[in-house]
Design a protein. Sequence first.
Length: 256
Amino acid sequence: MIIYDTHAHYNDEKFENILKETLTENKKAGVEKINEIGYNVESSIKAIELSNKYEGHYAVIGIHPSDVDKCDVKQIEDVYNKYNNGKIVAIGEIGLDYYWVKDNKEAQKELFIKQIDLANKLKLPIVVHSRDASLDTYLTLKEHPALYGTLLHCFSPTEDLVRLVIENNYMVAFGGNITYNRAKSFQKYMDMIPIEQIVVETDSPYLPPEPLRGTINSSKNLPIIINKLAEYKHMNVEDVEKIVYRNSLEFFNIKE
Ligand SMILES: [Zn+2]
């Protein structure tokens, strides 16, 4: 297998003492490329440091909507200017999250739009986090399109979002969430999204796939997710593996 984990947080403290073994296990499972995802200033810098240290690791920098009160877009631009090592491949994870905090929707939207503007200025794609906010995500992206590509991470399909993805040729990433029990409508949405618009991710250390829930997730679990995706798409596993790998390289502009 040759696998690209488009979304992981090896910058998370859960990996502090087990990073080396974890990365060795990932390699054994065929994971050749990993995006280290920032969610505030500190973790973005850490993501870049990891991409400096490890071959095949890339950095995505940005401010998660949960950190809307703690950092601003100027800091992310400064991080880019100060640390750019040619391996910063996107701005993310950015977006809207109304699950944890509901009383700052306007501030979240404003920060989201500013980070889309930054991505456009730097000619980078965006990695979007959207939770309990699908309509506002839809409206914001429609009014403020990212010019160099949009990837919806941990994609949880709804009528609105699937329409947005298909109309605009966005990419979506599926992770452990695809292995959980799903409503019947899930298959319908999976049929609608072309495989050319799909990549895979783990969101490590979060969201372990079934049957590993409750453990620390890592990229070595991606074969489980690729198998499940192949099932949903009625395709063979090798084809899915190759296509999602190629999709990832193209989306993040990585030359091999
Ligand atoms: Zn994440």
